[in-house]
Design a protein around this ligand. Sequence first.
Ligand code: ADP
Ligand code: MG
Length: 310
Amino acid sequence: MEWIVETDKLSKAYNGIKAVDQLNFKIKESEIFGFLGPNGAGKTTTILMILGLTEPTSGKVKVYGHDATREALKVKRVTGYLPENVGFYEDLTAKENLRYITRLNGIPDKKSLPKIDEILEEVGLSEVTDTEVGKFSKGMKQRLGMGAVFVKNPKFAILDEPTAGIDPEGVDQILKFIVKISREQNITILLSSHLLYQVQKICDRVGIITKGHMIAQGSMDEIGKEIIKKEETLLEIQVSKVTPNLINSIKEIEGVKNIEKSDNHFLVKCDRDLREKISKTIVENGSLPLQIKTQDYTLEEIYIKYFREG
Ligand SMILES: Nc1ncnc2c1ncn2[C@@H]1O[C@H](COP(=O)(O)OP(=O)(O)O)[C@@H](O)[C@H]1O
Ligand SMILES: [Mg+2]
């Protein structure tokens, strides 16, 4: 099976207002797909449709080839879901809550108990396994929610804002856990988030959604090329010594469109990859190229770009 999720003009309106509008995207087996966009973009609504928990107004979504609306049970059997606001039994301990879930899912204690301990450790809750969840902070509940998803051995996990409400160290731990468990157990992940900087680094591909529309999808690299017009290359250059002559000589190279300088470091926009030519010019001007690299576009830049234009 190639596509785990496949939507076809998926749309949802609440009282005539479009929350999700003709959304098309696909998630590949085994990948971590970042479903990214600001608050109110339509991420949770999309997730609820994938899970068959709410019906599309029009369009379709398939999960493992099953119609998510009509065959919700089949989807549920293989899918783990971390909702935005996780709920637990407050008077039960962390361990008891997970055991309740595994029993509900028909997993025998002999099999589940060692796994519960292991997962609680991995999400950073090993010291509070026997503490009542009522005493947990939001972040701790969120981590326990992650545990609750993976203790059921899903093939596909949908995590809605899994890092919201977690302190920065906790975020790293959670993201590492997601990568580890998805690679080790070959679990496909849909990770929804409005925190781009945080999550993009662990995603194999991302889809960017705003106002119910998917405005770009692919690897960060692909999206970068799509946005920053193909004929444009950004070079980040560091030299031993910057002189006005050097700057002028670079400006005069055919194909250089723009140059921005700060200290011994500058950014050159050109219509093609001019690294060789520029290196030569630097040397000819009595300086040395310390570093010349094509600039990576971070998701944040991509994101800002879309918002500014859209
Ligand atoms: N049950 C609902 N009734 C009415 N409007 C809703 C409901 N759920 C979501 N919306 C609206 O749909 C839009 C998308 O919301 P949501 O899917 O929760 O976005 P996100 O998860 O990206 O923050 C928002 O404008 C929100 O106010
Ligand atoms: Mg949401």
